[in-house]
Design a protein around this ligand. Structure first.
Ligand code: ADP
Ligand code: ZN
Length: 525
């Protein structure tokens, strides 16, 4: 006969199945849970959706005492607590949105041992009142979610998080688990240092998102490029990130005019409006959100099919986080960025305004990495993952470079046409004008300058404007041309142009890619 023991010893596995209803741990969860149960500090690096929450929720139910979870967003706290309660877990949160009475009730519950998991915002945790209360409670674990917020190097530094370093001093015997989806090395090391984690167990999950297809398109007429892409999407959900509020509003308006179910989102809008847009997007009432980076944390929509970067992001972490909002459901999704190399010096100039020199240098370095990612001609995913120290030996097969490898050709003759045209217009004109002359445009300005008399006039009329733009950009990239931003971006020849002009040097160029086809290859659907 089989008699069940009345009280079974609880294990991580039994909690996983009896409380959360899952059969197996995901990669990393069990190691982290074992480490923290043994009293070790932990740093958990997993991409969004990787299953970070269970890493502290399971031990919370096994450790004697209370687990304090530090979380930056009230909405996230509320969601998590509601979910835990539904699973029968004694969870609560405390924040300023509650009345004094509600807060008192929570404190009572804590002292009477009726709460196992408490969510708090960092600013609350470190008040004298709260931290004195904590001294009188039996705390089992501190879990710090979105831990990259402690780091100046991270993409989302928050001053309140910075002070969490005090935890280790005040509660030296209580383990800390720091969790983040940020993968960048400097940030990782900084989290360990700022929080004073000692001998921490570090788990690094894979940051690959194989269902996301990365594409970087040369930016010609971005609005037409965008419209062409959206036409293929048939009402799918997506996010379009732009670098300024003005551009966000502008593009949202154009999309609405074109009949799309779109709305804008940025920090300049009323709170109410922002909440409305976020909720409507979640419910599929709005299909496309045009946004600044303010549209971020807390978007947990599984079926975002595309994320478009209308402008180059400031660093690779932001790019990864933002593109990572696509395809949470595991089905194919697109991450597309429109890239104009001329934006690189433009963005760099913004960094000049950062007063702190060290900070400025860091931002510049991080942006340089982003710019070289955008300019590179090798597998996007390899570069991305290598940046996060996740070495990938093989090209991915699901990015624009892998699917449509750049073709090199002997561009000497084309280069000669372009370079001599720059020379003939006396190095006084910008790209647009030079291209008009090359293509033999019939404009008043050209006639007035008598540039229709030049030998190079119309020499390149067999190629489109976009084609020439791409060629000129490559010539700048190769160092044969230089754009003088002090002289209304006029093109100048460099010394390196001479051997190419004289025909002493054969120049390899990449075939411009003018028509990017976005075809869902739904192997995962
Ligand atoms: P993160 O915080 O890393 O973004 P979550 O903790 O929110 O991820 O987990 C993402 C989803 O995966 C949740 O719906 C969660 O319930 C689910 N999940 C986590 N661990 C497991 C597991 N071991 N088995 C099945 N589902 C899991
Ligand atoms: Zn690839």
């Amino acid at each position: 006969q089989a008699t069940q023991p009345v009280m079974q010893q609880q294990t991580p596995h039994s909690v996983l199945s009896s409380v959360f209803g899952y059969k197996q741990f995901r990669a990393g969860q069990e190691q982290v849970i074992d480490a923290v149960l043994a009293g070790q500090d932990c740093l958990v690096l997993m991409p969004t959706g990787g299953g970070k929450s269970l890493c502290y929720q399971v031990p919370a139910l096994l450790l004697p005492g209370i687990t304090i979870v530090v979380s930056p967003l009230i909405s996230l706290m509320q969601d998590q607590v509601a979910q835990l309660k539904a699973q029968g877990v004694a969870a609560a949160y405390i924040n300023n949105s509650q009345s004094r009475e509600e807060q008192q009730l929570i404190y009572q519950g804590l002292h009477q041992g009726q709460i196992k998991i408490l969510y708090v915002a960092p600013e609350r945790l470190l008040t004298d009142d709260f931290s004195t209360r904590l001294q009188h409670l039996n705390i089992g674990l501190f879990a710090i979610d979105e831990a990259h917020c402690v780091s100046h190097w991270g993409h989302d530094f928050r001053p309140h998080y910075y002070r969490l370093g005090q935890l280790k001093q005040r509660f030296s015997h209580i383990p800390i688990m720091a969790l983040t989806a940020t993968a960048d090395i400097a940030t990782r090391n900084d989290i360990v240092m700022q929080l004073g984690l000692t001998n921490a167990h570090i788990y690094t999950g894979s940051f690959d998102r194989p269902n996301i297809r990365y594409t970087i398109e040369e930016k010609f007429k971005p609005l037409s490029q965008l419209m062409r892409f959206l036409k293929e999407q048939k009402g799918q959900s997506g996010i379009i990130y732009c670098s300024s509020r003005k551009r966000v509003d502008d593009i949202a308006e154009k999309l609405v005019d074109a009949g799309y179910n779109a709305a804008s989102y940025h920090a300049g809008l009323e709170n109410e409006q922002r909440t409305f847009v976020q909720n409507a997007f979640a419910r599929d009432d709005i299909h496309i959100v045009v946004a600044t980076v303010a549209f971020g944390m807390g978007i947990n929509k599984p079926n975002v099919r595309f994320v478009i970067h209308y402008d180059i992001p400031k660093n690779i972490e932001s790019y990864y986080q933002e593109t990572g909002r696509a395809g949470r459901d595991g089905l194919s999704a697109e991450a597309i960025m429109y890239f104009d190399p001329a934006d690189v010096p433009r963005v760099k100039r913004f960094f000049d305004d950062i007063p702190d020199e060290q900070r400025r240098k860091v931002e510049e370095q991080r942006f340089n990495a982003m710019a070289s990612f955008a300019e590179a001609q090798t597998c996007r995913r390899q570069i991305l993952l290598n940046y996060f120290s996740e070495y990938q030996g093989k090209p991915c097969g699901n990015c624009d470079i892998c699917l449509n490898p750049p073709k090199q050709f002997d561009g000497t003759e084309l280069a000669q046409k372009a370079l001599s045209c720059v020379y003939r217009v006396e190095q006084k004109f910008g790209m647009g004008y030079v291209i008009e002359v090359l293509r033999g445009a019939n404009t008043i300005r050209i006639r007035e300058n008598q540039h229709d008399q030049l030998s190079t006039f119309g020499l390149g009329k067999d190629k489109s404007v976009e084609y020439w733009l791409s060629i000129l950009r490559q010539l700048i990239h190769h160092g044969l041309l230089h754009q003088d931003i002090t002289q209304s971006s006029s093109l100048r020849l460099t010394e390196a142009a001479r051997p190419v002009l004289k025909g002493d040097f054969a120049l390899q160029l990449a075939e411009p890619r003018l028509e990017v086809k976005h075809v869902y290859k739904d192997k995962l659907a």
